[in-house]
Design a protein around this ligand. Sequence first.
Ligand code: IPE
Ligand code: IPE
Ligand code: MG
Length: 244
Amino acid sequence: MTPKDGPLHVAIIMDGNGRWAKKRGLPRTFGHREGVKALRRVVESAPDQGVGILTVFGFSTENWRRPVAEVSELMNLLKTYVESDLDRLSREGVRVRILGRRTGLKPDILEIIERAERRTAGNTRFLLQVAFNYGGQSDLVDAARKFAEAVEQGRARAADLDETLFETYLSTTGAPAPDLIVRTSGERRLSNFLLWECAYAELVFQDVFWPDYGPEHLKSAIAEYAARERRYGGAASDDVLATG
Ligand code: IPE
Ligand code: IPE
Ligand code: MG
């Protein structure tokens, strides 16, 4: 079946900030700052394009391997983005949720994350999820650990574990899985993003560095998605017609 409707949930691996800056002879941090502007443009236009949930990859559990100054710039950008945009997001009915491990984040970052989530908790028009200090593998390990603790404490039983129950332990719980995962910059890999949730997502790779991304690129990713046939393991719809 070709999706008649656009994707409800779009997830984006915002990649290419460093290369965008390098091409211009600028430090990588300039690319990250321009990347925040691209994020703003996309968040702004997503609801008009029929998207209800946007999940963006802001900082991976592997990004700690980068130089200290770059890591601290990325931390700082999360903080300044939330500080400058929270009022507007909250007014516009956007619920903000930060996915990923809280351990290892400094108190000022934790404070801003909690403030953003608390302030927008009642909003229902649009969900913006920022994966920050997020890794698909660590999210799965954390979920397994939480479930094991529940079993140890007698709150859960191993025999009851199924996909639906397991999902409730992931940091993405409560939101449907992404319909479409986009990666910019030309790289064709998931880099530890949404490893459980990607099971039946359509993947679109776009050859544009993230700081250059805008509503027109989102539109073309959605058009590519709309031309796909999602089968979920079933037979192609015309084959079904042919075999009755
Ligand atoms: C994406 O851009 C931003 C983050 C990973 C935080 P990169 O910084 O990975 O840019 P490239 O891939 O080096 O060009
Ligand atoms: C993935 O991009 C992480 C984010 C976009 C935040 P990376 O640039 O870190 O991924 P690799 O290292 O190219 O796989
Ligand atoms: Mg990269």
